[in-house]
Write a protein that binds this ligand. Structure first.
Ligand code: ATP
Ligand code: MG
Length: 451
């Protein structure tokens, strides 16, 4: 993309309404625009990142054997009356009446709808196990929408639902989700720690929240510092293997890590003192096992191996896709702006032309741009007639991991400059070598579709 043809309304001033750094940087980098309290438009740069996260979530869900689909945002109140949650949910649910005077709602979550779909079409244990998921906009009329996309009223969420014959099978589904979530967050360049949590209005016994440590997080967390040494890496997991998934679950949840809702001071005190940590975290996902709560209430039964009808065991599993955009920025920025992890960056690299209008510099930039694109890479070429300082400031603000700087002086010696956003280090090299270097960096990163 050439910057002169793009739409990236960068702000010079710090917006007064932003209290935390991710919100400030997303507004300044022209990623989002607030349309009403807690409701945002995703401008082109923000939309690119959102789509990358969505793609990673899809790929990892499909890898785990879960089946994608799409349910509507609007739901009928009748289903929620069946489960008893129409009244129980409270003022966070946006209730709407249609022209026929029917009670509708903008879905805050989809347990009822998916249970209805399941009971309409599945009647035998032979069709299990089954996990269906979608990634869709949700609405919760939050009392205090704030921090930009971190606590919006309209937000983008992956929610998946497992249907199993037995509690044992459903616990395997739970573990499988835990493993797939670890992989998902790591691909986004994040460490998200599973912590034992409270089940809240969804209801249930087993639940873990995934938290990204950050001072601006809304949750208070207590943990053994040894959990921060755990990484999933590129292990090859067989998602059908009960033992493998359980092994990973135990490895990542045996050490003490809890939110304040389930915090147990006595257990915490038993951790060696130098490893006790009290901090804040951002909840970026949650997994639940809740047994037959919804299948009992809504009659979701299958015929078991003994021929008798039996209520299915269920769980639901969510990832806050839009919140993650903010969480990644909270975890990865400096005074100058965002520092995107390579797995989610909106563009793979920037090209800065130090002397726009200079025939040689323009030609070298055009050639770089074309060869990067020919390799399937997605560069952002700053082709504006601007001072170099302004171009660098914009590139630093929007946080592309790599920048290629092209100027007449370097070109005389046959070189351009390749700069890492993270370390700030610059190396001079011939343009072809810079292209090769960028291509090799992204070859080891799984590159998901460019928009
Ligand atoms: P919170 O405690 O932050 O209100 P929750 O526990 O009510 O969240 P879940 O029902 O577990 O949320 O939803 C799954 C994920 O969706 C959460 O882990 C979070 O990342 C995201 N999410 C929930 N509410 C919001 C919101 N208002 N804005 C953005 N993301 C949200
Ligand atoms: Mg939650």
């Amino acid at each position: 993309m050439r910057l002169t043809r793009y739409f990236m309304p960068v702000l010079r001033e710090n917006p007064a309404e932003a209290q935390i750094v991710s919100h400030r940087l997303m507004l300044r980098a022209g990623m989002i625009k607030q349309n009403a309290a807690g409701i945002y438009s995703w401008l082109p740069l923000g939309f690119k990142v959102l789509r990358k996260l969505e793609n990673i979530v899809h790929e990892e869900q499909i890898r785990a054997g879960h089946v994608p689909m799409l349910m509507p945002t609007m739901q009928s109140a009748d289903l929620w009356r069946e489960s008893g949650r129409y009244d129980a949910y409270g003022p966070e649910m946006l209730r709407i009446r249609d022209r026929q005077d029917r009670d509708m709602l903008f879905g805050p979550t989809n347990e009822e709808m998916i249970t209805d779909i399941f009971r309409s079409h599945v009647s035998s244990y032979k069709d299990l196990p089954l996990t269906l998921y979608h990634i869709q906009w949700k609405f919760r009329d939050e009392m205090r929408p704030r921090f930009g996309v971190m606590r919006g009223r309209e937000f983008f969420m992956k929610d998946g639902y497992n249907f199993d014959l037995t509690k044992e099978d459903a616990l395997h589904a739970y573990n499988r989700h835990l493993v797939s979530y670890l992989r998902t967050y790591e691909r986004m360049g994040l460490q998200a720690i599973p912590m034992r949590a409270d089940s809240g209005p969804i209801g249930g016994d087993d639940t873990h929240e995934f938290l990204v440590l950050a001072d601006t997080g809304e949750s208070e967390v207590f943990y053994d510092s040894a959990v921060t040494d755990l990484t999933f890496g590129d292990r090859d997991i067989d998602y059908d293997s009960v033992a493998q998934c359980q092994g990973v679950m135990e490895e990542f949840t045996n050490l003490y890590a809890r939110t304040d809702e389930t915090h147990d001071q006595a257990l915490f005190d038993a951790i060696p003192a130098e490893r006790q940590r009290k901090a804040r975290g951002i909840e970026v996902g949650q997994i639940f096992y809740f047994g037959t709560k919804y299948s009992d209430a809504m009659g979701a039964k299958v015929q078991g191996p003994d021929g008798k009808p039996t209520a299915v065991h269920m769980g639901s599993h969510g990832i806050g896709v839009s919140r993650l955009v903010g969480a990644i920025i909270e975890a990865s920025h400096d005074d100058k702006g965002i520092i995107w992890p390579e797995g989610v960056t909106p563009f793979h690299c920037g090209i800065v032309n130090l002397k726009q209008g200079d025939m040689e510099a323009d030609a070298a930039c055009d050639a770089l741009y074309a060869s990067l694109r020919a390799l399937g890479l997605d560069p952002l070429y700053d082709d504006r007639k601007e001072r170099a300082g302004g171009k660098f400031a914009t590139m630093d603000l929007i946080g592309l991991p790599w920048r290629i700087t092209v100027g007449p002086r370097g070109l005389k010696n046959g070189v351009v400059e390749l700069t890492s956003r993270k370390s700030g280090e610059s190396v001079e090299m011939p343009p072809e070598q810079a292209v090769e270097k960028i291509a090799s960096i992204y070859a080891t990163h799984h590159v998901t579709g460019n928009l």
